[in-house]
Design a protein around this ligand. Structure first.
Ligand code: HEM
Length: 450
């Protein structure tokens, strides 16, 4: 019993066995928002006879991510979706193993280091749009994926991997869809069964693993590896206090993790940026004006961003309305108390950036794209747990600074040359896959700026 006399949080009953699986499957984003508005800050529901607890209040989310974080692990759900691709990488490992890996990887993401990648990001963004012409139509979601893929490969491996980068991107997309497909099936076919889907997944995994191992072993054979400054080199050189380093398997898992976590999320953020700006020409005009007056036509660099507050506000607003990571899940490994309810270990707890970032208690006119809201220090006034595009606590995104620099450089570089308009009649619908993607892409017409 809790203080208010209830044993379990309120929530929808759903159908026998499937619970509310069908409802969530139809439209998970709307389904979660509906539950929050109908049942409140803490909601219990079941999917395929498994219990889930949805948290919709900042202080409850802060309990899980920060204050009681040691009682929670990444959920079985997360591991099932990404485990085969990411092994024991940072995103899903736990305990002392995770702590050591994070300690080893952290220096590679210090601000000074990250800023050094700014020049590479700029060079790739400029090269990517060199052939772009006024009046052309392009799918900006695909363009941004190709662009961030290039940036990730160059900053991670220090090379362009001609031919293989595209294949690697395609393999990753296949594997993400495959994992999600499996997750959504009511009855799971074991991964070891030789179904066509499983066989394709094995082939893609082997292709990526052999490529990553090949790069690692080529590096080991290099006479002078110290001259390299890419992320892989930093991970390979990282040494723990006891003098130990990452094994090839650990390097593989971390590389895969950075590769996937790094390019897919940032690509989605950028795609949504062009969509949001095209729908809000006043915001777009103000961004153009700021870029023109601060940069005066010269290329952007890392040092410029403190002088581009509107660009930062646009990025915050894109991450608020279209968070690439739109949901986080955890499982409690110890008993815990949340919102007056006691939970025994093994409960799956869910909270969603999509839901919280559109909560009218914290954001006026929450469904409207209005970068101005960030210009007077809103970020510092919000309670912890109300806005968390990069998570929070010890498991906060290690690549946040990297992603923001990349998004800023790409946005500035493209917006200096073009504005983008949605193809006539196109309706863009957010599709919650592993990340929040635009269903059917974002076809846009390019308009060259003078
Ligand atoms: C807009 C882009 C990005 C978004 C929205 C994003 C979002 C997130 C979020 C929400 C988490 C926390 C997950 C959780 O608590 O369960 C996370 C973790 C992580 N992210 Fe990012 N991310 C982005 C870009 C990047 C980049 C560029 C990299 C690497 C280059 C990266 C690498 C990672 C890693 C390794 C973790 C796991 C950290 C740990 O648990 O120690 N992310 N990210």
């Amino acid at each position: 019993m809790t203080a208010n006399g209830k044993r379990v949080p309120p929530g929808p009953k759903g159908w026998p066995i499937v619970g509310i699986a069908l409802d969530l499957r139809r439209d998970p984003l709307a389904g979660m928002r509906r539950m929050a508005s109908e049942y409140g800050d803490i909601v219990r529901f079941t999917v395929m006879m498994q219990e889930r607890i949805l948290l919709n209040r900042p202080d409850l989310i802060n309990q899980v991510l920060v204050l009681q974080q040691s009682k929670f692990h990444k959920s079985e759900l997360t591991r099932k979706i990404t485990g085969r691709m990411l092994g024991q990488g940072l995103l899903i490992s736990e305990g002392d193993f995770w702590r050591r890996q994070r300690r080893l990887a952290q220096p590679a993401f210090h601000r000074g280091r990250v800023n050094e990648y700014g020049a590479t990001m700029l060079e790739i963004a400029q090269a990517h749009i060199r052939d772009w012409r006024d009046g052309e139509e392009r799918n900006m979601a695909e363009e941004m994926t190709a662009l961030t893929l290039d940036i990730t490969v160059r900053t991670l491996f220090g090379t362009t991997l001609p031919g293989e980068a595209q294949q690697m991107g395609r393999s990753m997309t296949f594997l993400m869809r495959y994992s999600l497909r499996r997750q959504r099936l009511p009855f799971r076919i074991p991964e070891t069964w030789p179904t066509p889907d499983n066989r394709s997944a094995n082939r893609e995994l082997e292709f990526i693993a052999s490529l990553v191992y090949r790069i690692i072993s080529e590096r080991r054979a290099e006479v002078n590896p110290d001259r390299r400054t890419d992320l892989l080199a930093l991970l390979m050189g990282a040494m723990d206090e006891d003098g130990s380093q990452m094994t090839p398997q650990q390097l593989h898992d971390e590389t895969m993790t950075l590769f996937i976590a790094g390019h897919e999320t940032t690509a989605q953020m950028l795609g949504w940026t062009w969509y949001a700006l095209s729908k809000n020409p006043k915001a777009e005009a103000r961004l153009h004006q700021e870029l023109d007056s601060v940069l005066g036509g010269r290329p952007a660099e890392a040092a410029d961003f403190t002088r581009l507050p509107y660009l930062q506000a646009v990025m915050n607003e894109v991450l608020r309305l279209y968070p690439p990571a739109y949901i986080l899940t955890r499982e409690n490994v110890e008993p815990c108390e949340l919102g007056g309810y006691e939970f025994s270990p093994g409960k799956t707890v869910i909270f969603s950036q999509w839901v919280m970032h559109r909560d009218p208690r914290y954001f006026d006119d929450p469904d409207t794209f209005r970068p101005e809201r960030w210009l007077d220090g809103l970020e510092n006034r919000l309670p912890a747990g109300a806005y968390f595009p990069f998570g929070d606590g010890p498991r906060r995104c290690i690549g946040q600074g990297f992603a923001l620099l990349e998004a800023a450089i790409v946005t500035a570089t493209l917006a200096q040359r073009f504005s983008f308009r949605l193809a006539p009649g196109l309706v863009v619908v957010p599709e919650p896959l592993v990340t929040l993607r635009p269903h059917h892409g974002i076809r846009m017409t390019l308009r060259a700026r003078n």
